[in-house]
Design a binder for this molecule. Structure first.
Ligand SMILES: [Zn+2]
Length: 439
């Protein structure tokens, strides 16, 4: 058998294994329910490391832990918000501190100011209108954009930098509209960072619904916000990336890394973000192994620690790879949820993009139609600078529902569809097989 026909039979075998004997759904249930939400530095994150090591070992893969420094931030136990409208009536709102935020040191109360985005915030700041205020930044997703990751990217600065920018103009705290697609009452957390030259002030997310309510109240007149948060940052600690590999049959020293991040936020169960990516990659390796599909290169699965609030694990992985003189040819990341696979985006040399696109007829029957130039992923991106010319591939599932759940209490196992998850694992196994075989 030659070329296309043997490739198409191997893809068929990969999908048969995933859909008839798949183990990723049960593995995700176990990670979500038996371990739970697993913020870096928590006991649950350590349990997840053990979970990953035990599972990979049970599949017979050579498995090890790679020590990495980690940041340690905790939400604490106090997290409440209220607003009083112009008529004097008080309403409770759900808040969710942003990762790295400081607490309020007791009950904090101040008048609210509404900013539409970072630029508007700066304009208000220059006019002296943010001093001693609690700034509400209300930048909704652009609903016209078809890919919700693009809408997310456009709003990202309000979460990443909004708190520091407001602090620069003397604000007391910041509440951001959650980076989410629907209007509902789940606040979505996420990482933020403090600029070194500003005084640290608290930053939290409110739900999209609460943002709409606050905006309406501010149209009627003055609004006073009250907040209590006791989150805090602890000294750095130590945790681990979990690494397993299968040696290649021809070029053992050439490494293909696939992975996702083991940590999650501390609300929900980290089912789509990134439990799905973890079980996708473990399952892709299991399928190739079970079906006797040998790769020419060494295949390594990496369960990274700490993507969400620091990316320390991926940095450690890249640093050690360089230190050990490892040769990395390509890497794949699954960190866009467990929804129906659509394709892959590739960040790398033009000939590698052409190679991936040359598989379009083979992949088309499996719904993998988007084979485009684009971003690989936050964790594998750490390999980009040390390995010039490396090929980074991002798994791209359908994006329409991802930001209903992302970083919120709604990101639970029950929102993941078994069949969609299995198709994701098979897609990843297929692209790795094809790239390795025809590289
Ligand atoms: Zn993620």
């Amino acid at each position: 058998m030659t070329g296309q026909s043997s490739d198409s039979l191997i893809l068929r075998s990969i999908y048969d294994e995933a859909l008839e004997h798949g183990e990723c759904y049960e593995n995700l249930r176990s990670l979500c329910k038996d371990v739970g939400a697993r913020l870096t530095g928590s006991a649950e994150a350590e349990m997840a490391v053990q979970w990953g090591k035990d599972l990979l070992t049970s599949y017979g893969f050579e498995t090890r832990l790679q020590e990495t420094p980690i940041p340690h931030w905790e939400r604490g136990t106090l997290e409440s918000g209220w607003y009083k409208d112009a008529s004097g009536k008080t309403y409770k709102i759900k808040i969710l501190a942003l990762g790295s935020s400081i607490g309020t040191d007791g009950l904090m109360r101040a008048k609210a100011v509404l900013a539409h985005d970072i630029e508007h915030l700066k304009t208000l700041g220059e006019a002296g209108k943010l001093k001693d205020k609690i700034v509400v930044i209300d930048q909704p997703f652009d609903q016209k954009l078809i890919n919700t990751f693009v809408a997310y990217g456009a709003c990202w600065p309000i979460r990443g930098n909004g708190t520091s920018e407001a602090a620069r103009y003397g604000a007391k705290a910041v509440l951001i509209r959650s980076l989410a697609t629907p209007i509902d009452d789940h606040p979505h957390t996420g990482s933020m960072r403090y600029d070194e030259d500003v005084k640290q002030i608290p930053g939290a997310a409110i739900s999209t619904q609460a943002a709409e309510e606050l905006k309406a109240a501010l149209k009627q007149g003055e609004v006073e916000i009250s907040l209590e948060m006791d989150c805090r940052t602890y000294p750095e600690g130590i945790s681990h990336n979990v690494i397993a590999e299968i040696k290649g049959s021809e070029f053992q020293d050439e490494i293909i890394t696939i992975g996702g991040h083991l940590d999650s936020w501390d609300v929900g169960e980290g089912a789509h973000d990134d439990g799905a990516g973890i079980v996708h990659c473990i399952e892709a390796m299991r399928i190739l192994n079970t079906r006797g599909i040998k790769l020419k290169r060494t295949l390594r699965v990496v369960l990274y620690m700490n993507e969400e609030n620091g990316v320390y694990g991926a940095k450690t992985y890249a640093d050690e790879a360089i230190k050990n003189g490892e040769k990395h040819v390509f890497a794949l990341e699954s960190d866009a949820g467990g929804h129906t696979p659509r394709g892959f985006s590739l960040d790398g040399p033009a000939e590698r993009l052409e190679l991936m696109q040359s598989f379009s007829a083979l992949l088309y029957p499996y719904g993998l139609n988007e084979l485009e130039k684009g971003y690989g992923g936050v964790d594998i991106n750490r390999l980009k600078e040390p390995y010039e010319g490396i090929t980074l591939i991002g798994f791209r599932p359908d994006s329409q529902r991802y930001f209903n759940y992302h970083h919120s209490e709604a990101d639970v196992f029950e929102t993941v569809n078994k069949r969609e998850l299995e198709l994701g694992s098979a897609s990843i196994a297929s692209i790795i097989y094809l790239m390795d075989r025809h590289w």
